[in-house]
Structures are given as C-alpha cells and as structure tokens.
Design a protein around this ligand. Structure first.
Ligand SMILES: *Cc1c(COP(=O)(O)O)cnc(C)c1O
Ligand code: SF4
Length: 438
C-alpha cells in the first residue's frame, strides 16, 4: 500500500522506475486523495484542481491549468499530448510579430524591436514559455528576458559581440579550450527560446537542423579531446544541446565516454525551463548510461519554477544527474535580494543546487540588462548566512578577453589587529580569529 506522500512524491518526481499510481491520484500540493479509480479503463486529461495528469500513454506529463488555458485559447486544434511533445513545442515556437502581437499587448518599443530584427538571435519563444508571459505588462521579468526592445540595437562603450574572446580560444570550431583540464564543446547553435541577453548572441541561429554544426565538426572536436590528455571534463553546451534528438546526443556521449581521460561530462541547457517536455523518460534513461554526467540548468526567475519544470528537474535528479543552476544577474528582472532568495529557495526545493550567478557580460546591446557589480555583491551578502549555504551561488564575472570566471565576494575580512584577523559576520558584527601558529 502506497502512502499518499509516496504517491505525491511520484507525481512530483515521476521516476519512471516506480509504478504509476494505479489506485488513487493525489493532488501533489495538498496530498489529499482527489479521485479513486474504480475501473481500469484508460482516461486522459483529468482535471486535478490546478494540476492535470495525463494518463493513457507513456510518457505522462503534468500540464498546469495556466498552460491548458493558453493552449485552448491560442492553439485550439492542439491536443494535450501534442502540446506535451517537445518537437511540437519547437515546431510551433513563436518567431514573428503577427503571432506574438495576438498573444501579448506589445508596447510600441517591443513592436519596433521585433519589426527591425534581422540576423542572429532571432525572436523565439516556445508556446509553453509564452504561456508564462504577462500579456499586458512589458516589464514582467519573464517577458523582458525573451521579448526584444530597441535597447538591443544600441551599442554602449565597453560592449562587444564576443566579450569573452571565445573565438580566440577555439583550437577547432565549436570547442573553447580556456582552462587546461576542461573544454566547452558548443554542439549546436540552436535554442528553442532565445534569451535577449545571450552571451553567444553572435552565433545563435534559427535553424533547427544546426547548420554549421554537423558530425564533421563534432568529430574534429572529439579528435582534439582524444589527443589532449589533460582534458578531464567536457562541458557540452551551445545553443542548447537538449534541442538535439536523443540519438545524436547519445552518439556524442558515447564517443566522449570512450575517451579514457574524460572523467566527467556536463551538459549546459535551458531546456528543463523553457521546454520541460524535452525531459522524457526515454531521455533520462539514455543519459544515465553515461554517468558521471552533471547538468547546469539556466534559470532566470522564480516564476519559472512551474509544476512542469519541477517535474522535468525531478526526472533528471531521479536519474542520478547532479543539477546545478546558472543565472545571469539582470536589471529589473532578478536584481533584488527578495527575488533571488525566492529563486534559490525554489531551486533547492527542486533539487537544483544554485551554482553560478553571472555578472551580465558586456555583450553588444546589453546596457538595459546590466546592473553595477555592487548589486551582485549586495545580493550575495543578502543570501550568505541568511539562508542555507547550499542555496548560495558563486557570483562571478566571466572576464572580458577570455580570463575565465573570476569569483567576487562581499568584504568579510576587516583587516588585522596585531595578529588577530578581524572578520565580519553576516549580521555585520566583528569577530576575531587568532591567526598565529608556530
Ligand atoms: C564556464 C566555462 C567552463 C566551466 O567552468 P567551471 O567553473 O568549471 O564550471 C569551461 N570552459 C569555458 C570556456 C567556460 O566558459
Ligand atoms: S539558452 Fe543560453 S545559448 Fe540559448 S539563447 Fe539563452 S543564453 Fe543564449
């Protein structure tokens, strides 16, 4: 007999090894029984208060009421299972002014920015992520992160298209070898949702078939890794590697796993957040064959932690993949201690360890997103000591010119009094440490 807690846990984590609940369904929020099944007949699209559970076929997905309402309104012909197919989400990503203006009351500035756009970093929003946008408020954090404004076309002093100098540290196309023991492997230039502040905006395209990134490039990169025994850590990024089909991804992982000196593989992705439907049981089954495999997930704001996203992260965590988050500090989006506290608390509840908080790179047209560094320090000071240590990310600047990530900390060392080290704690009180030993 399964306890309500265990079944609610299943609905949250949905580990595919566990039997799906067959007798009762519980609202994972209240843990109260909502429905008792009396027959074994299949049913689908069952309303469970705020949450819908789709049954009757594998895989099962949580479909929040908000997404369901959005789907009915803008995609009335679409079924729930189509909506929950990540390929459908990519095929129906919103890219043009006409479609977006039917969903959002665009400001004149947003309208002009979309109309003027050409080149890399196209407008691209999955229907799922579009369902989270506020139709009437252009200042809503999630909306600002994906809907362009004309500020994108202004280049300010100090900005450049490739501030990290990635192009100069590429031994072969798509591979950035900055640190001796690890490489950044850019396997695609495609993202399902394009973030307006993207560090790699110079290369992010709109072609799903990943033009310019083909197996020939991959083979060159794999060859380089094979021939460079100092590389013990490969970070697969892009673009978003989880927009690749399972087979291509598995080919890559398989090739990398066969290299003896590659001790760990990491995947950097935003898919669990903008395309949670991508995290299928088949994907997690495949990924867990390639352990030790870690994942860094790009999160921006606590409002992204929907039931769908929690389910996607739960599946990855259940597959034994340690999850870390990466967040870019953005003006008016997540630059408040209160917002960041909600984000990091939501992340640890979702079993994602806050890993990096990035100072926004001086990418061309990013002035409207950048905060002063003092803001980041203030946020770290507002977290450290005030909350769980695991919930505090490392605040870093990726040094322009290719110096790598440099950590920044608020000042906790107040100096010396004789041989006593003076330290400030999280409350601002001073403590002494006798810093002398023979
Ligand atoms: C961020 C990054 C890495 C990984 O850095 P960690 O601090 O180990 O997470 C590796 N290579 C490049 C080029 C990077 O930008
Ligand atoms: S997910 Fe990453 S690579 Fe893709 S647009 Fe956003 S920041 Fe750029």
């Amino acid at each position: 007999m399964k306890t309500p807690g265990a079944i609610a846990q299943q609905l949250r984590g949905l580990s595919e090894e566990l039997e799906p609940p067959s007798q009762c369904l519980f609202d994972p929020q209240s843990e109260e029984p909502l429905l008792r099944r009396t027959s074994t007949a299949e049913f689908s699209g069952l309303e469970l208060g705020q949450i819908r559970v789709i049954r009757g076929g594998k895989p099962r997905f949580i479909h929040s009421q908000r997404a369901a309402d959005f789907r009915k309104r803008y995609f009335p012909q679409t079924t729930q299972s189509e909506w929950n197919d990540w390929r459908w989400q990519i095929r129906h990503r919103i890219q043009d002014l006409k479609t977006l203006s039917a969903m959002l009351a665009l400001s004149p500035d947003e309208r002009e920015a979309i109309a003027r756009h050409h080149g890399t970093l196209p407008v691209s929003i999955t229907p799922y992520y579009a369902s989270l946008l506020d139709p009437s408020d252009p200042t809503q954090p999630l909306r600002r992160s994906v809907v362009p404004v004309t500020g994108e076309y202004l280049t300010s002093p100090g900005e450049s298209p490739d501030p990290l100098g990635e192009e100069h540290t590429s031994p072969v196309p798509g591979l950035v070898h900055r640190y001796p023991d690890r490489v950044l492997f850019l396997v695609t230039d495609f993202c399902s949702v394009c973030c307006r502040y993207c560090t790699r905006s110079r290369m992010i395209g709109d072609d799903e078939t990943a033009r310019g990134f083909n197996t020939r490039h991959w083979e060159q990169a794999i060859d380089y890794i094979q021939k460079t025994p100092t590389i013990r850590d490969v970070l697969i990024s892009g673009g978003d590697p989880l927009t690749l089909p399972d087979e291509k991804l598995e080919w890559l992982l398989w090739k990398l796993r066969r290299i003896e000196h590659v001790e760990m593989i990491r995947i950097g992705t935003k898919a669990p957040v903008v395309l949670p439907q991508r995290i299928t049981p088949a994907l997690t089954r495949m990924l867990k064959k390639y352990h030790p495999l870690w994942m860094s997930i790009h999160f921006t704001h606590p409002d992204e932690l929907t039931p769908e996203v929690q389910q996607a992260c739960g599946r990855l965590a259940d597959a034994g993949i340690p999850l870390g988050s990466q967040t870019v500090l953005l003006k008016g989006i997540n630059d408040q201690v209160e917002t960041m506290t909600r984000l990091v608390h939501g992340l640890v509840k979702t079993r994602v360890r806050p890993y990096y908080l990035y100072q926004c790179d001086p990418i061309s047209g990013s002035a409207h997103f950048r905060t002063p560094v003092s803001k980041g320090l203030e946020i770290i000071q507002g977290l450290r000591g005030h909350t769980t240590g695991y919930a505090v990310p490392n605040y870093v600047i990726d040094a322009p010119g290719g110096g790598g990530k440099i950590p920044l900390l608020p000042e906790y060392v107040a100096g010396y009094d004789g041989k006593d080290l003076l330290l400030k704690n999280y409350e601002g009180k001073t403590y002494r440490y006798p810093d002398y030993c023979e």
